[in-house]
Write a protein that binds this ligand. Structure first.
Ligand SMILES: C[S@@+](CC[C@H](N)C(=O)[O-])C[C@H]1O[C@@H](n2cnc3c(N)ncnc32)[C@H](O)[C@@H]1O
Length: 252
């Protein structure tokens, strides 16, 4: 739930150079709506994300089935993935963590437990229907949801201890601008964890087929690592499972 305390706390993190903070108020659905319109990157998958249908089945059915198939038999289960992301982000009590493209809040709620009552977990997503579900399914007072564009994050520089973006980078119109925005939102020493699609090495025609059939971007194994290196991250670690890759590191 977006209780007033969490909302007040997220207001302090928003960049007044980008937003008229005085004009902001929570929508009737319980999240802070910074988007008048949907981002201009509509594709069939994005349409699905913004439908009324997917949020209801996403966490229990869609994510385990679709991502599970993409990760393959040796990939982590959802529970193992959450534990892995927890280790990558090194969250502790009192941390502020940003979940970019939070969908129905399935990851945000896990992050919120790790940062405790003194901490804050902020989930941002462009889909009104996903966020409505996130608000409905979240009871923690240290969580706040924001409707905004991941490619144009509205937060003050350096205001988060950790940021993650799982299962979404491939949907963004400008994924590398989104990564730059995540770096900007992190304080020095802040941690990042990204999980996205992957081009299978030497799988040219297969990659092309999967990319064309799904309509989503597949990233090379070095692409995200290289982008994060250029953005000033160190200690980068890459893990690959089938069509999925995880990358994590720390901002210098
Ligand atoms: C597959 S869900 C991922 C949810 C969650 N992060 C997870 O790991 O299960 C992808 C989410 O990305 C969101 N999304 C796509 N493009 C976006 C954008 N430009 N800005 C914010 N959210 C976006 C969609 O609305 C959707 O909720």
């Amino acid at each position: 739930m977006n209780d007033p305390t969490a909302l007040d706390r997220v207001r302090e993190l928003l960049d007044p150079a980008l937003l008229d903070l005085a004009a902001l108020s929570p929508s009737a659905r319980g999240y802070l709506d910074l988007l008048g319109e949907e981002p201009d990157d509509e594709s069939p998958v994005q349409w699905l994300m913004r439908s009324g249908f997917l949020p209801g089945i996403y966490e229990r059915i869609w994510r385990p089935a679709v991502l599970g198939a993409m990760k393959g038999p040796f990939g982590p289960s959802t529970a193992q993935e959450m534990a892995l992301v927890g280790r990558m982000l090194e969250l502790g009590p009192g941390d502020r963590v940003l979940d970019v493209a939070c969908g129905p809040g399935n990851v945000t709620r896990t992050l919120a437990r790790a940062v405790g009552g003194e901490g804050l977990a902020v989930g941002i997503d462009a889909s009104a229907t996903m966020l409505a579900r996130a608000v409905r399914d979240t009871g923690s007072e240290n969580v706040v949801y924001v409707r905004g564009d991941a490619v144009d994050l509205p937060f003050l520089p350096g205001c988060f201890d950790a940021v993650c973006c799982l299962a979404a980078l491939y949907l963004f119109a400008r994924p590398f601008d989104a990564l730059a925005g995540m770096a900007r939102a992190l304080r020095p020493g802040g941690r990042i964890a990204v999980m996205t699609t992957r081009r299978v090495p030497f799988g040219g025609p297969f990659n092309n087929l999967v990319g064309a059939a799904s309509g989503v971007r597949l990233f090379g194994d070095e692409e995200v690592v290289d982008a994060l290196t250029r953005l000033g991250f160190s200690g980068l670690r890459h893990r690959a499972y089938g069509l999925v890759q995880f990358v994590n590191g720390r901002l210098v």
